[in-house]
Write a protein that binds this ligand. Structure first.
Ligand SMILES: Nc1ncnc2c1ncn2[C@@H]1O[C@H](COP(=O)(O)OP(=O)(O)OP(=O)(O)O)[C@@H](O)[C@H]1O
Ligand SMILES: [Mg+2]
Length: 372
């Protein structure tokens, strides 16, 4: 083993590199490590380049040169601002990181290829900066198309439900009333032994009519046009309670009425689906709806005291399997505004928790006075 503490002459020192904090390392080893690092960076599909403190490109990998549409040797030594709009999003992040000596990661617009979006990671180094980026333009376009499709599907679902509700109300429910009346008329012609069967048939017809009425009500999307969210939810919950027999309590902050219209409508649809699920799947006797405002977010909770999600459903959900469109739709409505939706469940019931940030920059407020 070499004695690293022994004094060396000048030529010997050139073969070594070190600092007070790092032990002395032979120069050949440093070069070898650098070469290995370069070949790793050359092989990755992410684009990579380094800048000195005057923003000159000191190194870049093939992926970065390919993305720029040129060769690596043509770019090394060039000032970044000769290639890239200094006011573009990516340039501002690079300058902020260089000046603040801080690591930054952002999705930004490219200053070299306008219209392209980059997932940019900038890390300060002793010589300047290391910059990693991936072109995410296609991914962003695909996500935007998916969001639009999800939005369209959700409004188609609303229209379809409205149509089914009208059909059930105007036709199926009327036929059921007629069945009940015919059964009553039949009573006088039936022998005593058949009366019990007839009563049971009449009772079943009544039950079906009650269920159809409940489903019609749950399917029919109540409008917000004649009042704000708080009043609409209270009315809707009262109608739900009357038709289904489920005790429903509502605690809604009145501030909800000042939310942008699109958000009020989406929250109403989440409540509607959560109530439908409680009625269809939970075998619950009570449902509580609670909407509260925090400093930065609003939180909607719909809790039932039913049987909770079955183990099979929890397992499928954990594996990302598609169960129905209800939960997916609720989630999509919240994600659309930067929010989230969770389903918590135990043997004592299920709770749907929807959260939304309160900085709605992209939505139009309702009326002139709304302050959101
Ligand atoms: N409150 C609840 N209590 C018990 N199980 C529930 C509850 N909510 C949802 N589930 C379970 O989660 C599954 C998925 O719900 P989801 O609303 O996505 O679909 P669905 O109600 O079956 O069909 P649809 O597409 O008509 O809404 C349900 O099939 C049900 O098994
Ligand atoms: Mg459902």
């Amino acid at each position: 083993m070499a004695d690293l503490s022994s004094p060396r002459n000048a030529s010997e020192n050139e073969l070594w590199r070190g600092s007070r904090s790092c032990p002395m390392v032979p120069l050949a080893k440093v070069e070898e490590a650098n070469e290995r690092l370069r070949s790793v960076l050359a092989s990755v599909s992410d684009c990579y380049f380094t800048l000195d403190r005057t923003y000159r490109i000191t190194d870049l990998n093939t992926a970065a040169a390919d993305w720029a549409g040129t060769r690596t040797d043509r770019l090394v030594g060039t000032c970044l601002w000769d290639l890239c709009d200094p006011n573009a999003g990516c340039s501002l992040v690079i300058r902020e990181s260089m000046e603040g000596r801080s690591r930054m990661r952002r999705e930004v617009i490219s200053g070299m290829r306008p219209g392209h979006w980059l997932d940019l990671l900038v890390c300060p180094s002793p010589d300047g900066l290391s910059v990693f980026f991936t072109d995410v333009t296609e991914r962003r376009a695909a996500t935007a198309a998916l969001d639009e499709l999800a939005g369209r599907l959700l409004s188609l679902q609303d229209e379809e439900r409205q149509r089914i509700a009208e059909e059930l109300h105007d036709s199926t429910a009327q036929h059921l009333v007629a069945v009940g009346l015919h059964l009553m008329r039949l009573k006088q012609f039936v022998v005593p032994e058949g009366q019990k069967v007839l009563d049971e048939a009449a009772h079943s017809a009544e039950e079906v009519a009650r269920e159809v009425r409940a489903f019609t009500y749950l399917l029919h999307p109540p409008g917000l046009e004649h009042g704000g969210l708080a009043g609409t939810v209270r009315d809707f919950a009262a109608g739900f309670s009357r038709r289904t027999g489920l005790e429903t309590s509502v605690r809604m902050a009145e501030m909800a009425d000042g939310l942008p219209f699109d958000i009020q409508r989406s929250l109403l649809r989440v409540i509607q689906e959560a109530l439908t699920n409680a009625y269809r799947h939970a075998a619950a006797s009570q449902v509580t709806i609670n909407l509260r405002f925090g400093a930065e977010t609003l939180k909607l909770r719909v809790l039932d005291n039913g049987c909770g999600l079955t183990r099979g459903v929890r397992k499928s959900a954990g594996e990302g399997a598609l169960l129905g469109v209800g939960v997916l739709g609720m989630r999509a409505r919240m994600v659309q505004f930067g929010g989230a939706l969770r389903l918590l469940s135990s043997a004592r019931g299920t709770m749907v928790v929807a959260t939304l940030p309160l900085d709605f920059k992209d939505t139009d407020p309702v009326g002139d006075g709304a302050q959101w």
